[in-house]
Design a protein around this ligand. Structure first.
Ligand code: NAD
Length: 361
């Protein structure tokens, strides 16, 4: 097991990365000061069916353990579940020294983190990510639920006590979730100045390559990129926005298709390709859009669904959190390792969207 230190302005915490790192949970809980008065596990039904007993077996016997399990899926990051979960926490008698375990993928990490952040003005929580994608969401303290008008619109920053990334939990992950999570790994490789992108191209030719040492190494590199960004900018006043590379169009696609109709990573992969095309035009540079598009396709990422129009997508993109006074701002790539947040006119977005749609047909 390897321990990475995650450092933000407000807090330092460990991330335990290893095949069987869940065994650290017992001593982590025992060592908490003040002691955890009770443990509240929040999970989804899929993860719970696979691994709830395993996780419970790692909790010290003297602790009261409660669990709140929601169905799987993006649409579950809802006000209704938030209310039900807070109600259950109150009924169980959780107090300010209780500890939440966010046990699942990014949906559960965001949801349970937001529960912990707001219950009695904030209690402690530990992230136990179970998807590849959650290497991203479990680190950095962004927690949120969705509003019907926008994804992650209701949220705060709340850092966990620790992140336990137990890689053997990924064994049961379906192929589409590997691909989804790998999109955020690719994103981190674009942001990295440490030849991570080249490393990926050399070492990961298909999702099947994401095993054993290569999986560990890819995650370590990706998490280090994220950790470095949040060290500089915990609350997204500056460089943290770079982590949104591909997300402006990606979120628009997710919202337009309906949450859960496409995985987050598939949508972000399409969004990154669009951002690359736009970057070429804005910076007047050859960023090898065509080659990179082929590279994305080699992992099985889908094309932009043909029925989505430039006008529809533009409308959605204008609701992005980075939009300022009605002007869309997008994270673009100047070169590998160099991102920039740029204001883009509606006309340029629409024109490039048309070009992008043509390149997909
Ligand atoms: N907070 C952040 O910084 C941040 C960053 C990136 C993404 N996100 C959020 O993360 C969410 C997407 O996360 P996700 O892709 O992990 O989705 P998810 O949590 O919905 O998990 C995807 C699917 O995999 C299943 N699953 C999870 N672990 C499994 C396992 N070990 N074995 C088998 N099945 C398993 C889940 O039940 C679900 O059906 C989005 O809501 C996105 O907004 C947040």
């Amino acid at each position: 097991m390897e321990t990475l230190a995650i450092q933000t302005k407000s807090k330092q915490y460990p991330l335990y990365l290893g095949n069987d790192s869940i065994h650290i949970l017992s001593s982590l809980i025992s060592d908490l000061t003040p002691a955890a008065s009770s443990i509240f596990i929040i999970s989804d039904s899929v993860v719970s069916n696979h691994y709830m007993n395993h996780v419970k077996s790692c909790i010290p016997n003297d602790k009261n353990v409660f669990q709140f399990v929601i169905p799987a899926g993006e649409e579950q990051k809802s006000f209704e579940n938030y209310y039900a979960c807070q109600t259950y926490a109150l009924e169980c008698g959780l107090d300010r020294n209780s500890l939440v375990l966010a046990f699942g993928g990014g949906v559960i990490g965001d949801f349970a983190g937001f529960i912990a952040a707001t219950y009695m003005r904030g209690i402690r929580f530990i992230q136990i990510p179970t998807t590849l994608l959650a290497h991203d969401s479990a680190v950095g303290g962004k927690v949120a639920i969705n509003h019907p008008l926008g994804k992650n619109m209701i949220g705060v920053f709340h850092q966990p006590e620790a992140v336990i990334y137990n890689l053997s939990f990924l064994d049961s992950l379906p192929e589409q979730e590997w691909r989804s999570g790998f999109a955020e790994v690719i994103k981190h490789s674009f942001i990295s100045k440490q030849n991570f992108f080249e490393w990926l191209q050399m070492n990961v030719h298909s999702l099947n390559d994401l095993q054993h040492e290569k999986l560990h190494e890819a995650l370590k590199k990706a998490i280090s990129v994220k950790a470095n960004v949040i060290f500089q900018d915990e609350t997204e006043q500056g460089v943290r926005a770079h982590l949104n590379f591909g997300h402006t169009l990606g979120h628009a696609i997710e919202a337009e298709l309906g949450y859960g109709s496409i995985t987050h990573g598939d949508a972000i992969a399409i969004g990154m390709q669009f951002a690359l095309l736009l970057s070429e035009k804005v910076f007047q540079k050859d960023l090898q859009f065509v080659e990179k598009k082929t590279w994305f396709e080699s992992y099985g990422y889908p094309k932009l669904p043909a029925h989505l129009t430039a006008e529809q997508l533009l409308e959605r993109m204008k609701r992005d959190k980075k939009t300022k006074s009605g002007t869309i701002r997008m994270v673009l790539l100047k070169e590998i390792g160099c991102m920039q947040l740029v204001e883009i006119s509606d006309e340029s977005i629409k024109e490039t969207l048309h070009e992008f749609i043509d390149s997909n047909s």
